[in-house]
Design a protein. Structure first.
Length: 47
């Protein structure tokens, strides 16, 4: 039997910030640092 895995949507920019604001659990310092790096990497590609 073949199974399919649905792709996970990747959010960037305003959508990602909206989701982060809705999450009640605060991320660790390492996670926050990683998010900052990713936001900087993809910031130019949003335009």
């Amino acid at each position: 039997m073949a199974t399919q895995i649905a792709p996970t949507p990747i959010l960037t920019g305003k959508s990602a910030k909206k989701v982060l604001n809705q999450i009640k659990i605060k991320p660790s310092k390492e996670t926050e640092k990683g998010m900052e790096i990713l936001f900087k990497m993809f910031k130019d590609k949003e335009k």
